[in-house]
Design a protein around this ligand. Structure first.
Ligand SMILES: Cc1cc2nc3c(=O)[nH]c(=O)nc-3n(C[C@H](O)[C@H](O)[C@H](O)COP(=O)(O)OP(=O)(O)OC[C@H]3O[C@@H](n4cnc5c(N)ncnc54)[C@H](O)[C@@H]3O)c2cc1C
Ligand code: FES
Length: 393
């Protein structure tokens, strides 16, 4: 079944419910039932969930957002983030009143040696119940006024998933918008959503342009064969995608490709505010969010106060434990939001309202958020004797 609704099933922009608030919705888990696990390529599957009508508001989302999935594997809790590959569905007032369920879909690609993504190919099946966090993420702005706008997505491998939702939205919200995709994979067999992308091109032949770059397969055009390095990217921008004709850029792939694209695009004059990016991983070893820390009597500690859902909780963090604010917070507030624990997704964002912290990594917050006092609690280490963080602001 195609990922995209047939033409006409999506409401015009004027009657689409505004979802601006869903970008900052509180992260909450609910248990959802897996409706279908569909193979996509040899090493990827699309997993779809049914959202009951009473939870529809919690899972209202914007294109480009992700959910975190939580389950227990090998005796431990595992959380992983996956971008929603299906564009938000529009339901009429009648359908809402009739309690029509909505559907969420994610696409999981097996990461060699990866715990969750390997299990998702073999252990996950229809009927399985799994905890799904309400959608999060800011890889979504810039799509308000799409008339005569040209949106370009650059993706590698599983980085295509949020772009599927973004492409669909960009093309259905306006009849004059255009979408161009530069998508790199090893070979044709690795291309996720190959048929869905071809369907999109068939449906909007003059508004969609697809460029598949294959690193281990020879294509007729040399520019579309081999790895994307700086030289190839500059050639592509010279021959296939004219940056001066593009309004919004969405990048999703490994850190090296995203960094390369951001640098080259800035160098050819694309303003930073029109380049959005989402990282799935930094390539570093996976991090554990909640490592056990013992608070010994008489040990020097830092007092951390956490405001979450209107309730304030306090925890002592031993100075010599060098733990993150999130690590400490989870001892008294197991509901403190987090997903990747690696500074990538932004789910653990909170504002420092008293005291100070230093952040190890930050791939998720914008400079203006940092200026306003926001931090990633999974990466924050106190630098004062007392720290107060607020997750509610
Ligand atoms: C916002 C966001 C959206 C995302 N969207 C998607 C998506 O749409 N689709 C998708 O497929 N992925 C997506 N991801 C990535 C996803 O969350 C997982 O990181 C990915 O599936 C790997 O999880 P895993 O449990 O299989 O691997 P993990 O077990 O976490 O391992 C990751 C890698 O580290 C290696 N590794 C494991 N342990 C060690 C160790 N001790 N030392 C060294 N190396 C080790 C593994 O071999 C593997 O290569 C997204 C991530 C984020 C942050
Ligand atoms: S949990 Fe992902 S950035 Fe902190």
């Amino acid at each position: 079944m195609s990922l995209f609704a047939p033409p006409g099933a999506v409401a015009p922009a004027s009657v689409r419910p505004s979802s601006a608030s869903s970008a900052k919705k509180r992260a909450r888990f609910h248990t959802l039932t897996v409706e279908e696990v569909r193979p996509l390529t040899d090493d990827s599957v699309v997993v779809s969930f049914t959202v009951p009508a009473e939870l529809a508001d919690d899972y209202d989302h914007l294109p480009g957002q992700y959910v975190a999935l939580r389950t227990t594997l090998e005796g431990s809790e595992v959380r992983r983030s996956y971008s929603l590959c299906r564009a938000p569905e529009h339901r009429t007032a009648e359908q809402i009143a009739e309690g029509m369920p909505t559907r969420l879909s994610v696409a999981v690609k097996r990461d060699e040696g990866g715990l969750f993504s390997t299990w998702a190919q073999t252990g996950l099946h229809a009927g399985f119940e799994i905890d799904v966090m309400s959608p999060q993420g800011t890889f979504t702005s810039g799509l308000d006024d799409l008339d005569h706008r040209h949106v370009v997505g650059i993706a590698a491998g599983s980085g295509i998933t949020p772009l599927m939702a973004l492409a669909h939205t960009a093309l259905t919200r306006s009849e004059t918008s255009r979408f161009t995709l530069l998508y790199t994979n090893r070979s044709t067999l690795d291309v996720m959503f190959l048929e869905d992308l071809a369907d999109l091109k068939d449906r909007y032949p003059t508004r969609v342009t697809l460029h598949h770059v294959l690193s281990r397969e020879q294509r007729t055009a040399p520019v579309l064969s081999g790895r994307i390095d700086e030289e190839k990217l500059r050639t592509i921008l010279g021959m296939l995608i004219d940056p001066s004709d593009v309004d919004e850029w969405f990048l999703c792939g490994p850190l090296s490709l995203v960094d390369l694209c951001r640098e080259v695009l800035a160098d050819v004059g694309v303003p930073r505010e029109h380049i959005r990016f989402e990282l799935f991983t930094t390539g570093d070893e996976p991090v554990r969010a909640a490592r056990p820390v013992e608070v010994r009597a008489g040990a020097k500690t830092i007092r951390i106060e956490v405001n979450l859902d209107g309730v304030s909780s306090t925890v002592e963090s031993p100075v010599d434990a060098h733990e993150s604010v999130l690590n400490a917070a989870l001892r008294v507030r197991p509901d403190a939001p987090f997903a990747c624990a690696g500074g990538v997704c932004g789910t653990c964002r909170a504002r420092v309202v008293e005291g100070s912290v230093t952040m190890t990594e930050n791939y998720a917050l914008e400079p203006d958020e940092i200026e306003r006092g926001y931090v990633l609690t999974c990466q924050s280490h106190p630098t004062s004797d007392r720290v107060v963080v607020d997750y509610d602001v």
